[in-house]
Design a protein around this ligand. Structure first.
Ligand code: GDP
Length: 703
């Protein structure tokens, strides 16, 4: 016999709304006649038994009312006059009420929970009635309402008590991490029990003509099964070889420029560096550069002493030179493996590969193959037919065809994946290189790719990166400028002052380095991370950026192209003609002595009321002089109210800097406009975007 909601409520001594809620949670719809079948009544009674629902009832009543109204609105007219059980295939209420709540299960039925969630979302995810969840929380000493956010740890306790297996959702890169191409925090947070062994990623570095390409070619030709090798029509920038059961990934682009470029962008794409040195020639400037780059990145080095088949081969000469650089060969009692090889005859290549495997084993390289993939772009190109393609190296997780992704500030879906042998693949595990399509814009080398739950969420992430980029443009450019360096040293955030020296001759290089290394203060160390002869190069800038160093040129210049790059990357270059001036300058920096810094005088403030024109050449804006005065040819900083991502509160942030070209009042150009007046400002060549409500602070500099 069906029973009315009111009667059942009375019987169970609970509010009628609670009966409705229970019914709803049990996926039953109570129709207009307000009747509940025996079957449901029994289930509701079961839920209620032992429950302390009445005590938390008042907390859910409000929410309940809203949901019931919503549900009723959704119903169409003319439905049956009885209570019917909804079929499971029907859209579950979870999706109707909360679009974002999607139950994700692993193969063994474990339900994936996010880092934090509302009580209501938790109930939906573990498919348990809200009152039960509330009561369980209460039993654990947590009085919560439906909307209260709880963390995964709490949710896991509740789930466990309700016999539901749950697992924490893999952490994802923040917009800031994607912006900085910084995967380190995420890797640190990976849960150890999910980590499995992954192949090592190897970069081959060394002086030009010492045989890097030949070694890579030899390994590729001899170690890749013919079937696979035959498919390699064009290199995708990396390949993998299998030795016994171990895979090794080789980055196919020799040279440290690519390596440093990636590192300058924060990417982690190399585990071990193989330094190729010709046994006939010994260490050369680029060998030293490679050593410095690897050292700075804290990446172990294996030395391949190449061209052993030639008559003049002298491996001991190379070892002696290495020892001088504090790279002591293992057979001399040190820890640097030096393997004599020949890319021509293949001598020693097996041993080189074995050494790589051994070192990889020692490094215990691991990743979690069971999470959404994160990968690093190592190459990108536009190809006719395929559009934009990129080769990525999987850092962690497994990449699947069809996955929605974000790469830096763009999003999409992986349309196709090709491995290094040219075969289409559906999945790519950690350390594997794959070429992907489905990208719209050409990504940069070092950009990170992250798989997201849906394209919608991927878009949101991409937008987050875009807005960070916009805000950060100025800051980024000035990141490692001398002033920042000074501030960091003064604040004790840097204990080491790193320097790159470029000089006109070997003799002067040594003299400069000698003098610099003599400088020491109680608090700071000065360290020359790289020194060389010749003009300041792109590679020097990248190393400086990656290592937060500055560049000192002695009797050498930086071309305008290089100076521009340095400005863009926020690297300071200082050139000198007298050694004494160098040490004087460094001493000043260490002592925190600033130059005769310009002082600023704030002229006035302006509030934007309208933007009349805005392009790259100029912008015209109108508004009020709210303080002081506006003056032509003065500089300004632009401020905007933006939401703080952590506190969610609005706060003012500086978003740009520029120059006022002219001030207009009415139709007339004026020199100045005073407080309380309305005026127009013409702003010089700018990439700034102005918005109504922005505040400008005008200033002039004075020595
Ligand atoms: P990379 O600039 O370091 O990539 O050097 P390459 O691989 O292009 O090699 C430079 C030159 O040295 C080429 O002419 C190679 O044929 C030669 N070469 C490389 N390795 C060996 C080797 O082991 N033995 C001999 N005899 N020649 C080699």
């Amino acid at each position: 016999m069906p029973i009315s909601v009111t009667d059942l409520a009375k019987k169970l001594n609970i509010a009628p709304e609670a009966v409705q809620l229970y019914a709803m949670e049990l996926d039953y719809e109570i129709e207009d006649d307000n009747l509940v079948s025996d079957e449901i009544a029994a289930e509701i009674r079961k839920l209620e038994e032992g429950d302390e629902i009445s005590q938390v009832e008042h907390e859910i009543e409000e929410e309940l009312d809203r949901e019931i109204v919503e549900k009723q609105q959704e119903r169409t007219a003319g439905h049956k006059k009885s209570v019917r059980k909804k079929k499971k295939e029907d859209t579950p209420p979870a999706e109707k009420l909360e679009e974002e709540v999607k139950v994700i299960k692993t193969d063994d039925g474990t339900i994936i929970l996010p880092e934090t969630m509302s009580v209501k979302t938790l109930a939906r995810l573990i498919t348990k009635p809200i009152p039960i969840v509330l009561v369980k929380l209460k039993q654990n000493g947590i009085i919560a309402n439906l909307k209260e956010e709880i963390d995964y740890e709490t949710a896991a306790i509740i789930a466990q008590e309700l016999n539901v297996k749950v697992k924490k959702e893999a952490t994802e890169l923040s917009g800031e991490d994607l912006f900085r191409a910084d995967i380190s925090k995420l890797l640190e947070e990976e849960e150890v029990e999910h980590l499995k062994k992954r192949p090592p990623i190897i970069s081959i570095m060394g002086h030009v003509d010492h045989g890097k390409t030949s070694i890579l070619d030899y390994i590729r030709k001899t170690k890749i099964a013919e079937k696979e090798a035959g498919g390699i029509t064009q290199s995708i920038g990396a390949y993998q070889v299998k030795i016994d059961k171990d895979l090794i990934t080789f980055l196919d682009t020799p040279g440290h420029e690519a390596f440093t470029l990636m590192r300058a962008r924060g990417a982690r794409a190399t585990d071990i560096a193989v330094l190729v040195v010709a046994a006939t020639e010994g260490l050369k400037p680029q060998s030293l550069e490679a050593i410095n780059h690897a050292r700075e990145a804290d990446i172990p080095i294996i030395v391949a002493i190449n061209k052993m088949d030639l008559d003049g081969a002298n491996p001991d000469l190379v070892k002696g030179q290495l020892a001088e650089k504090e790279l002591n060969p293992t057979d001399w009692g040190g820890d640097i493996h030096c393997i004599p090889v020949s890319a021509k005859t293949g001598e020693g290549i097996e041993q080189l590969l074995d050494t790589i495997r051994l070192m990889a084993e020692e490094k215990k390289l691991k990743a979690n193959p069971d999470r959404p993939a994160i990968a690093t772009v190592i190459e990108s190109s536009v190809q006719s037919g395929a559009g934009v393609t990129a080769t990525v190296l999987i850092n962690t997780g497994t990449l699947h065809q069809g996955d929605p992704f974000v790469i830096y500030d763009q999003y999409g879906k992986i349309r196709s994946m090709t491995d290094f042998s040219g075969s289409a693949v559906k999945n790519a595990p950690p350390s594997a290189p794959v070429q992907i399509t489905g990208i719209t814009n050409l990504p940069q080398v070092g950009d990170l790719l992250q798989i997201m739950k849906s394209e919608k969420i991927a878009r949101k992430k991409a937008e987050e990166v875009q807005s960070i980029e916009h805000k950060d443009e100025l800051r980024k450019r000035k990141q490692f400028s001398l002033a920042t360096l000074k501030t960091k040293l003064a604040e004790g955030k840097l204990s080491q002052c790193k320097i790159i020296v470029k000089a006109s001759s070997k003799g002067s290089q040594e003299a400069v380095v000698n003098e610099i290394e003599k400088i020491k203060t109680d608090e700071h160390m000065v360290k020359v991370i790289h020194a060389g002869v010749g003009e300041i190069s792109e590679s020097d800038i990248m190393l400086a950026k990656a290592g937060e160093a500055f560049i000192i040129g002695f009797e050498v210049a930086a071309s305008s192209r290089i100076q521009k790059l340095a400005d863009k990357e926020g690297v300071t270059i200082m050139t000198f003609e007298v050694i004494y001036h160098i040490t004087e300058k460094i001493n000043d920096i260490l002592l925190g002595k600033m130059d005769e810094e310009e002082t600023e005088i704030i002229l006035g403030e302006f509030k934007i009321k309208a933007v009349f024109a805005s392009n790259k050449k100029m912008a015209v804006i109108g508004g009020d002089v709210i303080k002081g005065k506006m003056r032509k040819q003065s500089r300004f900083r632009q401020f905007r109210m933006v939401e703080n991502e952590e506190t969610k509160e609005k706060e003012e942030q500086m978003i740009g800097e520029g120059k006022i070209q002219s001030v207009q009042m009415g139709q007339k150009e004026v020199n100045e406009a005073n407080e309380g007046t309305e005026c127009g400002l013409k702003i010089e060549h700018t990439e700034l975007l102005f918005e109504k409500g922005d505040r400008l602070e005008l200033f002039v500099s004075k020595k």
